[in-house]
Design a protein around this ligand. Sequence first.
Ligand SMILES: [Cu+2]
Length: 579
Amino acid sequence: MTTGSLLAADLVIALLAAAAWLGGGAAAAARRRPFALGLAAVALLATLARAITITALARAGWWFAAEKVFIAAPLALAAVGVAGPRLLRAPGDIRAVAVPLLFAGYATSSALLVTILHGYPASAGAGLLAVAGVVAATAISGRALGARPSRTVSRVALVVAGAALVTGTGLTVAPDAAPAVPHDHGYPAAGISDEPTRRFTLTAGTTTVDAGGRNVAAWAFNAQVPGPELTATVGDVVEVTLRNRDIGRGVTLHWHGYDVPNDQDGVPGVTQAAVRPGQEFVYRFRADQAGTYWYHTHSASDVGVRMGLYGVLVVRPGPVTGLDVTVPVHTLAGRPLPAPRVEQVEAGVPVRLRLINTDSTTHRYALAGTAFRVAAIDGVDLRGPTSLVDTAVLIPAGGRYDVVFDAPATPVALFVDGRAVYSTGPLSTVTGAWPVLDPLGYGATAPVPWPRFDKTFTLVLDRGLDLRGLLPRYAHTVNGAADRDIPPQVVRLGDVVRFSIVNRSQIVHPWHLHGHHVLVLARNGEPAAGSPLWLDSFDVRPGEVWEVAFRADNPGMWANHCHNLAHAEAGMTLHLMYS
Ligand SMILES: [Cu+2]
């Protein structure tokens, strides 16, 4: 069983236990004896079963189990300890066990709420608030059901609830003083001259475009989705003038995966101010990294990219040989892009398909009709890629795979989630059952280039209630905090930085560090065993633990965030900062 399914199973069992205790209590209060006893038995079994799931999660990694061990387990023990013996005495009047059963229900529910609302890390504040809630709810239920506890029991309950509430609230809202991320400072222009310059102008505006035969409203660069394909050759200077015609939320250009100098990175409020309607901004950087990249707005990025403010950036090492095709996959207004394309290719011609996922979720790509190699991932060539056949690849949000093959005499087709997007002739194949390539075991290994690490960080991804802003929100969190409350990772120029990313939530988080490619060291404790993988976008699935490292060689303030852009905007964004 994977840690992801364990997390899900534990959640379901916890829900079942809480519901069964509460249901049993309600049935007992209503003098429905068989019903009450049946539900209590289910609750007891489910509560005991959690001993197994919590132990297994703790073994998979402390991050997955901390609050369950510290808060849920003691509350579950209290639940069983209070309700169990009273049930075993098999009372003549079933109503006499209503309050103990309800107590067990409140104990298990409040522990569940700690997991769902507070998440990681476990805190004494959350535990005390849970205890206060349990005691208060039990006292109210006792009164309502006419149970007459002794005066001492009532007083103790009152004191415990009050103390837990006050201490818990104090501990929960105490600020942990995250170092401030400077915003909106001056932005020096990059000084580059004398090189051959590739000049482009991108004008952002609202428009209507054709998406799969239907006209849909879009935000677009130069009135097309995707925007114009920007190409350069190593040695060029790329100069892009960005104009905003009428995008009220503002526009910037972020060069996804392309490690530009910090002031060209296009993150509003961090590296530049958003370009407002009527304004413009000029980006300049050297084309010194060959590979497949893309650009997109980073202002209101979730809606902006979804509506179409993106395009392809390809830097080639020299003149094109053979056929070189970009396939940016996107979902615009619910319609998949691009439209299927058929192209005649002579046998023997070398073909490179540059697969780009510009959506916020993973896509599955399958190339049928030929053997192929994955030549590069995220713009970086792989070492010793071997030939693959009838194998699918999963590309995370923001990720790119270059696949290469020599055109056979027979048709070849590329399917994305089962839909043909590119082909050299008619070919119908069912690719859904194909195995999926694991890039961590593909290609030829090489030793990790660093003998030691100067800094280590751990990012635990979760969900939690964020009460810091004006409106409470159910945020996507990193180490229990959301965006501006997440302390930045502070490094020095030249540091070799290692960080672990732990996903204890129920959804995939495609991780994306700006300005640097990270080398994958291990996943779930298993060292990477294929070609060195230098990634800028990688899926951290529920229950997974990724260990990656990079050299801090590009000074500035860099966004480090989930590239499911809705998650990024709902809290899952922090910064890498050079001291
Ligand atoms: Cu995410």
